[in-house]
Ligand binder design. Structure first.
Ligand code: NI
Length: 171
């Protein structure tokens, strides 16, 4: 099932999401639908609030195009450690289509989470995986990548998105 993706600005993208209480059939169905939605978009990450579910869950697959797909569903993720080393790289977001800006973040993170079997796991992420995990965890706290930009840049992007939403609504 492909879920509709919310476009910024939307109050649901600014909420603090609540923990997933159990990895049950509902949580697994949401994880699978979000993976399908992410691949369809296409994107490398998608957080539950982007499909209107205010739960602490996100999906990602940052495997190279030449590699096999490596879908991940991370439930109740917490950052255990971030490197002092930072990197700056262009980011985009399925809720802010067509907009790409540089964001500086810790280069590496260690994240604890539950997987789709309800098992507790820890992963050390580097490169694009690390950037994507941090971007998606931000979503669970109501934070968007444009929140790291200057107020002027952010308001310019928000106006573009308002216009896009108006165009889509009248199409
Ligand atoms: Ni995003």
């Amino acid at each position: 099932m492909i879920l509709p993706i919310l476009i910024h600005p939307d109050p649901r993208l600014k909420k603090l999401c609540s923990p997933v209480e159990a990895v049950d059939d509902d949580a697994r169905a949401l994880g699978n639908a979000m993976l399908a939605t992410m691949y369809d978009a296409p994107g490398v990450g998608l957080a539950a609030p982007q499909v209107g579910k205010l739960k602490r869950l996100f999906v990602m697959d940052c495997a190279d195009k030449e590699e096999d797909p490596a879908p991940m569903v991370l439930i109740n993720p917490t950052v255990l450690w971030s490197s002092e080393d930072e990197t700056t790289h262009e980011e985009g977001c399925l809720s802010i289509p067509g907009m790409y800006e540089d964001v500086t973040r810790p280069a590496e993170v260690k994240v604890a989470f539950w997987d789709m079997d309800g098992a507790e796991r820890e992963e050390h992420f580097t490169g694009l995986w690390s950037r994507c995990a941090q971007h998606e965890i931000d979503h669970l706290d109501g934070v968007l990548f444009i929140d790291y930009l200057s107020r002027m840049k952010k308001s310019m992007i928000t106006k573009k998105m308002q216009k896009l939403k108006k165009e889509r609504a009248s199409a």
